[in-house]
Design a protein around this ligand. Structure first.
Ligand code: IMP
Ligand code: MG
Length: 180
């Protein structure tokens, strides 16, 4: 285990199993729809790579960049979304690493809806439901999780730890260096 990780919340095995279950659920909804999976950069890149390989039906892959935490551990009030996906008449699945306040996904979903897609749904690997501020919820969730700060499996703190193969809780002293 990485020295900055307090404990492993979701192991590689648990993640693998859950991704397979999600893919099976997506299969029943999207098998004949040629959906567009839109991964939100950067955090979703690992989950996206596992998810699409577990999905044995035709689909397309796109990525969009949304603003991130930068170097802080809380969501900034403003969310920037760079958009260039042709969504009209397409079935869209937004693939996100973690749903927190929901501000990022609400903004993104609203922008996509303005393009008259056939449908827009959300698949978030982790879901911090008790932190939700925006009116948005995931249609597919890997795990409902507590309000801890997680790293690994694509999730970062200040651009670090994305390459950990498991999801761990970061030691608080890493993001609160003065112990406050
Ligand atoms: P929201 O707009 O508050 O829902 O923020 C969602 C984004 O915040 C995610 O895409 C992540 O980039 C980031 N985020 C939220 N919680 C965590 C966490 O526990 N670890 C790492 N990044 C997180
Ligand atoms: Mg992110």
């Amino acid at each position: 285990m990485h020295k900055d990780v307090l404990y492993i919340a979701y192991s590689e095995d648990e993640i693998r199993r859950r991704v397979r279950e999600l893919a099976a659920a997506l299969q029943s909804e999207y098998a004949d729809k040629n959906p567009v999976f839109i991964g939100i950069l950067k955090g979703a890149f690992v989950f996206m790579a596992d998810l699409v390989r577990a999905c044995g039906f035709p689909l397309e892959v796109q990525f969009l960049k949304a603003s991130s935490y930068g170097f802080a551990a809380v969501t900034s009030g403003t969310v920037e979304v760079s958009m260039s996906v042709a969504a009209e008449n397409r079935h869209i699945l937004i693939v996100e690493d973690i749903l927190d306040t929901g501000r990022t996904l609400k903004k993104l979903r609203d922008k996509l809806l303005a393009q008259n897609p056939a449908s827009v749904k959300i698949c978030a690997f982790l879901d911090k439901t008790e932190r939700r501020e925006a009116d948005v919820s995931a249609d597919y969730t890997g795990f409902g999780c507590p309000s801890e700060f997680f790293v690994g499996y694509g999730l970062d703190y200040a651009e670090r730890y994305r390459n950990l193969p498991y999801i761990g809780v970061l030691k608080p002293e890493i993001y609160l260096p003065d112990g406050s």
